[in-house]
Design a protein around this ligand. Structure first.
Ligand SMILES: Cc1cc2nc3c(=O)[nH]c(=O)nc-3n(C[C@H](O)[C@H](O)[C@H](O)COP(=O)(O)OP(=O)(O)OC[C@H]3O[C@@H](n4cnc5c(N)ncnc54)[C@H](O)[C@@H]3O)c2cc1C
Length: 302
């Protein structure tokens, strides 16, 4: 591994001033499950690594009905997947967290790191965007908040400015009669990156679709909303025809590439299948007020 200088700032301003001082030659370290792999494989060669784990006040997961869910930048995937409030109210995020990597990875990996790595196949991105999450940052010019769907500009690229650190993710409280689903298709059941990921957050008003956000992962350079599919459903009565039409629209709108995990054609077809499945599951969950997933599994064993 190429040598680097290592820092453990005690405050956020100290971390930001180190980033400013090293001007693009430093990397933030949180769980390290992406960064250390990239350094070992010489994909990234920072001269300076700034570990933010000693910065107090970033490791929390809290909820209240007005402000919704707040995920501090040091909260791990394991904390998310075992949080009763996430299980109850954020089923898509819960499902994404429990399917990410292995239990060892989830014990270290942070949601913030998953977001800042900005991989098109990252699992927490589709459900958080479907839930209309907001990213909060702190940098040389103070604080900013950014709608998460505007955060990604390309594979590995975000709107984070030089010296900026992601401090918190805010996810609104869901209205009644909301169903949420994240479906991940991989070549095997565990320790696998998504070939396609589909997240749906849908709210019903009787049999009418009051709102829906459909977000696709691994089928474009960034996670993308299937807005054509959403438009087919919003304000209309739920019907099997509408679900089929929306699923086809999601297939037509996505822009996948062919790679080792699947061809572009296969991915497109899987977007159609998974969008239909996720819509049906979220409608059922919205009707019944239940999580669409089996949450009885003991999450301490993997
Ligand atoms: C074996 C293995 C399996 C995996 N499987 C999956 C999988 O199935 N699905 C999936 O989505 N991912 C997977 N990953 C990727 C990885 O675990 C996640 O992306 C993880 O959430 C990254 O979080 P971290 O805290 O470890 O980030 P780090 O590695 O510490 O950082 C990741 C990047 O984000 C930056 N960063 C971190 N925190 C901040 C912050 N607060 N502000 C600004 N920049 C920041 C870092 O500088 C770095 O560029 C896997 C990784 C491994 C090693």
């Amino acid at each position: 591994m190429r040598p680097f200088d290592y820092f453990e700032p005690a405050t956020l301003p100290e971390a930001v001033s180190l980033l400013e001082r090293f001007d693009g030659r430093a990397s933030i370290l949180a769980g390290g499950t992406d960064l250390l792999v990239e350094i070992k494989e010489r994909i990234r060669l920072p001269d300076h690594v700034i570990n933010i784990k000693k910065v107090p006040g970033l490791d929390y997961l809290s909820y209240d009905p007005v402000d919704g869910l707040k995920i501090g930048s040091l909260a791990t995937l394991h904390e998310v997947e075992t949080s009763p409030v996430v299980i109850e109210k954020y089923a898509g995020l819960y499902q994404a967290a429990r399917e990410l990597g292995s239990i060892q990875v989830r014990n270290r990996a942070t949601v913030a790191g998953n977001i800042c790595r900005a991989s098109p196949s990252a699992d927490t991105l589709p459900p958080l965007i479907a839930d209309n999450a907001t990213i909060h940052t702190f940098g040389p010019d103070g604080e900013r908040s950014i709608p998460m769907e505007k955060f990604f500009t390309g594979p590995g690229k975000t709107v984070l400015l030089d010296g900026e650190i992601l401090t918190r993710i805010n996810v609104p409280s869901p209205p009644p009669n909301t169903g949420k689903v994240y479906l991940k298709l991989g070549r095997r059941a565990a320790m696998e990156l998504a070939t396609v990921g589909v997240a749906v957050t849908l709210t019903l008003d009787g049999n009418e679709c009051r709102s829906v956000r459909i977000v696709l992962g691994a089928v474009a350079p960034t996670p993308m909303r299937a807005t054509d599919a959403e438009d087919i459903l919003i304000g209309k009565a739920i019907s099997e025809n509408a679900i089929e039409e929306a699923s086809q629209a999601a297939k037509d709108q996505c822009r996948p590439i062919s790679d080792v995990r699947g061809s572009a054609d296969y991915r497109r077809e899987m977007v159609r299948v998974l969008t239909g499945r996720a819509l049906r599951m979220s409608i059922e969950a919205a009707n019944e007020g239940n999580s669409p997933f089996d949450i009885s599994t003991d999450q301490t064993v993997d």
